[in-house]
Design a protein around this ligand. Structure first.
Ligand SMILES: [Zn+2]
Ligand SMILES: [Zn+2]
Length: 264
């Protein structure tokens, strides 16, 4: 099993990272994509410790829409993203990037600018993208339609949208990743959407330390529990867990397996 989106550099994991990794491996979670936020230097400083603890971890780096307001200057953005993607962490994806109109931590026009520019940089460096979108369906799709040419694919992470957004994401050629929300009583509709995703576009994730799945709700989430989302989806699809697990492994390898940033 693979956790395609986790935040192991979060404060929540710094006291017992080795135990968290040991539990993930014991649960059969062989790989993970760890997301770092550009501008959060403390997260970057923890990357080598994460790699020591779990050598199979790969990294994604990006400017989260929450902090888009920091980058008013395009040259500074280009410089910071360029340094992060070509740096020693050797990320396999640019993300998470996108739009969050639920929290509106940054002005929406700035979020759109920063999202657009990072799609441009994903193209320049040949990296797939990890999309975060919340309550911003129309703008997310419009920007992706305009900017996706030359971007080597990507994933809508922690998908929580409706059928229209799902169809648009698939139509754009993106993979769709589901977190533990599909195990919640309130997640039934989302779970039924997960049954509509073609197997060759499906990913699962924890988005830990947030969103602990049933039966762990209310606790700190961790990569070992990605199995709960996968099991819920397999059950709803009427397929063996092994089928979902194998599909996720192939999809993850295809998207994040062989990318190294290369300036074009
Ligand atoms: Zn996110
Ligand atoms: Zn995240």
């Amino acid at each position: 099993m693979i956790d395609s989106h986790c935040h192991l550099a979060d404060d929540a994991f710094q006291s017992d990272l080795d135990e968290v990794v040991a539990r993930a491996r014991a649960a059969g979670v062989s790989e993970a994509l760890c997301v770092l936020t550009i501008g959060e230097d403390v997260e970057f400083s923890r990357a080598s410790r994460i790699t020591r603890s779990w050598p199979a971890v790969r990294f994604a780096v990006g400017i989260h829409p929450h902090v888009a307001n920091v980058w008013s200057d395009q040259a500074a953005l280009d410089g910071d993203v360029g340094a992060a993607v070509t740096g020693p962490i050797a990320p396999v994806a640019l993300g998470e990037i996108g739009l969050d109109y639920h929290y509106d931590h940054s002005p929406r026009d700035r979020q759109r600018q920063v999202f657009r520019r990072q799609l441009h940089l994903a193209r320049r460096y040949g990296l797939p993208v990890v999309i975060h979108t919340r309550d911003a369906d129309a703008d997310t799709i419009e920007i992706l339609r305009e900017e996706r040419d030359g971007v080597p694919g990507g994933v809508f992470h922690c998908f929580s949208g409706d059928a229209a957004l799902l169809d648009a994401a698939l139509d754009l050629g993106f993979a769709v990743s589901f977190a533990g929300i599909v195990t919640f009583p309130k997640g039934r509709e989302l779970l039924s959407l997960a049954t509509r995703v073609p197997l060759d576009r499906l990913l699962v994730e924890t988005d830990c330390p947030y969103l602990a799945p049933v039966p762990h709700r209310g606790r700190r989430n961790e990569p070992a529990w990605v199995v709960e989302a996968a099991a819920a989806i397999a059950g709803a699809r009427g397929e063996p867990l092994e089928v979902v697990e194998a599909a996720v492994a192939v999809n993850f390898a295809r998207l994040f397996g062989q990318n190294v940033a290369s300036a074009r």
